[in-house]
Design a protein around this ligand. Sequence first.
Ligand code: XMP
Length: 318
Amino acid sequence: TWTPDAFVETTVAALKSKIGDDRVILGLSGGVDSTVAATLLHKAIGENLHCIFVNNGLLRKNEYTDVLKQYEGLGLNVKGVDASARFLDALEGESDPEAKRKAIGRVFVEVFDDESKLVENATWLAQGTIYPDVIESVSATGGPSATIKSHHNVGGLPDYMKLKVVEPLRMIFKDEVRRVGASIGLSAELLGRHPFPGPGLAIRILGDITPEKVRILQEVDHIFINGLREWGLYDSVWQAGAMLLPVNSVGVMGDERTYEKCVALRAVESTDGMTADWVHLPYEFMQKVSNDIINKVKGVNRVVYDISSKPPATIEWE
Ligand code: XMP
């Protein structure tokens, strides 16, 4: 039978003999998969693992600095690269969802490529690919789902990097990744983090992206996610976030008429993201969060809750 301890032991031994004294580069995303993959590799090859954590400017509020600190605390050899301006430049005026994903994917490859060239004599690229990613990318080469959304977690790096690929989590599922993470001492908080899309807030800001919209959505998302934590609801939700709609609506503040943005909150339960249902959050919670958002976030005067299931809706709005 499969156990996390046995998996760690055999994987670390296999990584040691496969990689030897070579240098490995790994892109950390802040998510569970890349973190567990990095920790396993660090156990196997120590400082020869060079991690790169890119800030695309579309992460959650404070996420870049908080997560970078966490990585350093884990003893990983990690370099943070703040490329926010480069990503936002590339996204300027772009409102098509797939074009936004492509722009982000392209800039990520450029930044990652520049950074990996600074690691001399690197011969391996490590990735936190898990089994469902492998399946999705296989079906994405032919299946009709390929054109729905281009997930760029798999195979998105250019050939000219000429690195051999190592994927320690390739054969296991998310729940197994979490158990492996626990067995190598990663905190429950880190392992319980909700999934977050690679293009980040770019696909939750409907329409074009500006620094001001990013700021608004970061504030809204922060209030919502912190609220879930404070009310003890975070762990009963599979994924949650907020969408900034390209819609202004009329409101009233004091005796002033306002004409400001609307945000949609989304919280879903799911096992693998392929299907999902909206979560019946308590009304008292929604009332509190809605009031906090409208009172504290300048530029927002209306909050709605998304009650669509997947299918036919998707989890993200873009
Ligand atoms: P959808 O919106 O397709 O999302 O129901 C299913 C899961 O995938 C995430 N997602 C993405 N992840 N790059 C990613 O890394 C993407 O382009 C992307 N699009 C959606 C989404 O957050 C959810 O967990």
